[in-house]
Design a protein around this ligand. Structure first.
Ligand code: S3P
Length: 178
């Protein structure tokens, strides 16, 4: 079965959205940002959902949005940083799906999150670096279940995208020789 769906996972600030958009462009596929889909389906921003209804309510909306997006073919999905960090998520992807972990450390993740300015309720508080480090350590074992890992620190969006494309081609050729 050839690759018909790519799911990008990883921590906040890993570059899932920007790389996902670039990757979809180069593949000629559709791009879905699951956070944007949650907001569109709920008619509210993520900060509003967290503020009014809490994280659990957000996770349910996120699960539904990701499942909806996963029905498509020739699609690249950028998931939110918490989506993959739930038991069994990466082990039960539909056939034809490849998962890619975009790796970033806590300090760089925070720098990027501050730079791009989107509200990340989970990083708000007195000591964002401590929060980010703790959350990241908890999540790494989940992210490690992805099919591939690509480091993003010190690499441009273009480099990361090219590396993912190379890996996808390797997958396709392995399948071709089976
Ligand atoms: C979250 C990450 C955010 C967004 C929400 C929760 C998380 O997405 O889904 O704020 O739990 O890590 P990004 O990873 O795109 O920032």
């Amino acid at each position: 079965m050839s690759v018909e769906r790519v799911v990008l996972v990883g921590f906040m600030g890993a570059g899932k959205s920007v790389v996902g958009r670039a990757l979809a462009g180069r593949l000629g596929w559709r791009f879905v940002d699951v956070d944007d889909l949650v907001e569109a389906q709920a008619g509210r921003s993520i900060s509003e959902i967290f503020g009014a209804d809490g994280e659990e309510a957000f996770r349910l909306l996120e699960a539904k949005a990701a499942a909806d997006a996963m029905k498509g073919r020739e699609v690249v999905l950028a998931t939110g940083g918490g989506w993959a960090a739930q038991a069994g998520r990466l082990e039960s992807l539909p056939a034809g799906t490849r998962s890619v972990w975009l790796r970033v450390g806590a300090e760089e993740a925070l720098r990027r999150a501050e730079r791009d300015g989107f509200g990340r309720p989970l990083l708000e508080g007195d000591d964002p670096l401590e929060r980010a480090s703790r959350l990241l350590s908890h999540r790494v074992p989940f992210y490690e279940a992805a099919d591939v890992r690509v480091d993003t620190e010190g690499r441009s969006v273009d480099d990361v995208t090219t590396r993912i494309l190379e890996i996808l081609q390797e997958f396709e050729s392995e399948i071709g020789t089976e």
